[in-house]
Design a protein around this ligand. Structure first.
Ligand code: NAD
Length: 486
């Protein structure tokens, strides 16, 4: 399926794999080794214009395709992920540095997203409204038209497919712009799967590119909805540009999620959850536990056990070795992580594990006694760094957890789940897990954040996806035209 002779050095435009205008390409680099894995086409803003025109054309006939046929395409796509598991996972491991478990999870979610989306074409598309007139009054959901999907490097398959699949299912055409560092996993695989599933030509197009291509997509007059996943600063720009052009932007942005360990928690269980939440996928997940808030009575044991666990985790090339953590995506990200760690030490945090790297392999790191203004505690790190802070009562825990502007995910560990839920009610967050860590994803659950973590729109589940990717139309029908005073 991923035979490079089909797509190497090309973009997907108007139903064909073609050279980008200008013929430019990106080299796909394996972060674990620095080796070149191949080439993808490098789209330009001109390609966005051409893709939007093709998409407008293709969308009309796709929306008019019987719902059962649209659903069948989504179901076939769902089946094909596992049929091509080895190839897709192999690319995810090498291109992104994901450990095989993460690549397998991404594959499962990709399939689940397609199966969930397969139920959308036949979902009730409207409501009959009360009316004071002798008429039938209906609200109807209609496709938004052309949807632009912009996705980041970190979990490229899930973060692209979670918007692509429901948008297609609801009768839209999609232009996908993945991050160039992960354009095979987050782009080529998806287009190839839908080609094999029988999606008509031009309904899904692929434009790997940088910010300038994302900007062109956001401002193109034929693109009506943008589904953006990425950093808060880039999300602000996308939101501003979309607002100027009077189009909707669904913004899924950064996080610095809090993980609260109450005094009745089992410290070993809490540490196991914390290590996964902080270090899984090298901490390059929007929901990663950023702030570990631990009750005084467990604090010392928690720090000691988390540091011991961090010291034991193997870090290395996930394509060749059995490791818990793979590489950071590139040097710029690694240097940003390291600057936040050293800046936190200078601010007074105590380094108890990690804080070192070899190439792009960053050791899982624990910073204890973090001052609340230490940068690795106060900002999103996007790396395997756990900052731990103590609290003595629930009011103090709430004050710590609610500080800062992010509001993506929240984890609370306590033997009294009801108390955990009551505590969660005091802490604004788009996602809450009582007795679990913060990193969770299911295709049927409405995923999204509050504050600077997003605009409050959601991906996941029929209701959220219909809100995201359709417009509402009011329709009335009468047997006889009404009469008016003049
Ligand atoms: P980024 O914002 O730099 O890039 C994300 C995507 O946006 C890329 O495709 C990039 O090319 C594009 N882009 C950048 N500037 C743009 C602009 N001005 N207009 C249009 N497109 C633009 O993000 P990153 O640093 O590569 O990714 C990590 C960030 O993504 C973290 O902050 C993380 O928390 C966030 N994230 C959020 C979620 C979520 O669901 N909330 C999920 C994963 C990652």
């Amino acid at each position: 399926m991923l035979d490079t002779s089909v797509w190497s050095g090309r973009i997907s435009l108007g139903g064909d794999w073609v050279e980008a205008s200008g013929g430019a390409t990106y080299t796909v680099v394996e972060p674990a080794t620095g080796e070149s894995l191949g080439q993808v086409g490098k789209a330009s803003p001109d390609d966005v214009r051409r893709a939007a025109q093709h998409a407008t054309e293709a969308q009309r006939s796709w929306a008019a395709t019987p719902h059962s046929e649209r659903a069948a395409v989504l179901r076939r796509a769902g089946d094909l992920w596992h049929a091509h598991a080895e190839e897709v996972m192999g690319w995810n491991v090498r291109e992104v540095g994901a450990v095989p478990g993460m690549a397998g999870f991404s594959l499962d979610v990709a399939a689940a997203e397609c199966f969930e989306a397969a139920a959308l074409p036949s979902y009730a598309a409207g409501k009959v409204l009360a009316t004071d007139q002798p008429r039938l009054s209906i609200s109807q959901r209609v496709p938004a038209g052309v949807v632009g999907v912009i996705s980041p490097f970190n979990v490229p398959l899930i973060l692209s497919i979670r918007a692509v699949a429901p948008a297609l299912a609801l009768g839209n055409a999609v232009i996908l712009k993945p991050d160039p560092r992960s354009a095979v996993t987050g782009g080529v695989t998806i287009v190839r799967i839908f080609e094999e599933a029988g999606l008509p030509a031009g309904v899904l197009q692929l434009l790997p590119g940088g910010a300038e291509v994302g900007e062109a997509l956001t401002t193109d007059p034929d693109v009506r909805v943008i589904a953006f996943t990425g950093s808060t600063p880039a999300g602000r720009k996308v939101g501003e540009a979309a607002g100027r052009h009077l189009k909707r932007a669904h913004l899924e942005l950064g996080g610095n999620s809090a993980f609260l360990v109450l005094e009745d928690a089992d410290v070993d269980q809490a540490v196991n959850l914390a290590a996964w939440g902080a270090f899984f996928h090298q901490g390059q997940i929007c929901m990663t536990v950023g702030r570990h808030l631990v009750h005084d009575s467990l604090y010392d044991a928690y720090v000691e056990k988390l540091a011991a666990k961090a010291d034991q985790l193997p870090v290395g090339n996930p394509a060749t070795d059995d490791v818990a953590l793979g590489p950071i995506i590139d040097e710029a990200q690694r240097d940003k992580i390291h600057a936040l760690v050293t800046g936190s030490q200078q601010a007074g945090a105590r380094l108890v594990a990690g804080g070192t790297y070899d190439g792009l392999f960053y050791r899982p790191t624990v910073l204890a006694d973090s001052p609340v203004d230490a940068p690795a505690y106060a900002e999103e790190v996007f790396g395997p760094v756990a900052s731990v802070v103590r609290f003595s009562d629930l009011d103090e825990a709430v004050k710590l957890a609610t500080a800062g502007d992010y509001g993506l995910s929240l984890g609370i560990v306590t033997r009294d789940a009801m108390r955990g839920l009551e505590l969660a009610a005091r802490i604004p967050s788009g996602i809450v897990h009582v007795n679990d860590q913060t990193v969770n994803d299911e295709a049927n659950a409405p995923f999204g954040g509050l504050g600077v973590s997003g605009t409050g729109s959601r991906h996941g589940g029929a209701e959220a996806n219909i809100d995201a990717f359709t417009e509402t139309r009011w329709i009335t029908l009468r047997s006889e035209p009404p009469t008016f005073p003049f």
